[in-house]
Design a protein around this ligand. Structure first.
Ligand code: HEC
Length: 215
């Protein structure tokens, strides 16, 4: 009988100890180094809703007004008629142009623009098909139209940035450098074609492989 009461006492004591174990404090009272206790890094599946109340002001956007290394400077002209006409005189900031740039700009043009403007830049891509395509608006003839050829690379950049008429903006698909590259590509295609106008604003003659410098 005495043995039984000892066993009962022991098992009760163990049960109490175990249940006490669940009472472990999960939050430390004072945090000595909060950066180590609470991660500032963006953790994909974490709940970020109350970061600000914890004094952590995290945003995955770059700081306003900063320019990433290697990125082209922000474009200053606005999406209005004054900006559109001023864009014509803006020079292309790309000073170095290699064969690889030529190949890459063509690749980007074919992906983003050729569906409307055509692989031959004649304004007659598969979406338009001489007016028989599903796209009703006539895309500009980039090579062969004196009015378009008279415009500078800045104009082509502006139109890609903001869109024009029925053409939408490509600013979310192509970054600044890529848009300038395509603008250069269009100009070069016009020159290779002989150019329909003497008033083309760009004067660089780019031979494949050369490195050119433009003002
Ligand atoms: C969905 C069809 C479509 C696509 C895709 C498209 N465009 Fe256009 N684009 C148009 C149309 C339509 C116009 C004529 C707009 C107008 O003058 O109202 C135009 C006009 C232009 C012009 C003439 C600008 C001017 O000053 O008159 C340029 C340059 C141009 N596009 C470049 C591009 C480039 C570069 C791309 C690829 C990044 C592109 N477009 C993609 C439909 C398209």
């Amino acid at each position: 009988m005495k043995k039984l009461s000892i066993i009962t006492f022991c098992s009760l004591a163990v049960a109490m100890l175990v249940s006490c174990g669940e009472d472990v404090k999960r939050t430390p009272g004072t945090v000595y180094m909060p950066d180590m206790a609470y991660s500032r890094a963006y953790e994909t599946y974490a709940d970020h809703s109350n970061l600000a109340s914890a004094g952590i002001h995290y945003t995955n956007m770059p700081v306003a007004g900063t320019v990433a290394r290697g990125e082209e400077m922000p474009y200053h002209l606005q999406n209005d008629s004054a900006g559109y006409s001023a864009s014509n005189t803006i020079t292309n900031p790309l000073t170095v142009w290699s064969v690889a740039d030529s190949v890459e700009s063509e690749r980007m043009y074919l992906i983003n623009c050729a569906i409307c403007h055509g692989t031959a830049l004649n304004g007659n891509g598969p979406l338009y098909k001489d007016g028989a395509g599903p796209y009703a608006a006539k895309p500009a003839t980039l090579v062969g139209d004196p009015a378009i050829e008279a415009k500078g690379e800045g104009d082509y950049y502006h139109v890609q940035t903001y869109g024009k008429g029925q053409m939408g903006s490509y600013a979310s698909q192509l970054n600044r450098k890529q848009r300038w590259m395509i603008a250069r590509y269009i100009k070069q295609k016009q020159k290779k074609n002989g150019g329909t106008t003497a008033t083309a604003t760009t004067t660089d003659s780019t031979t494949a492989g050369s490195t050119m410098t433009k003002k």
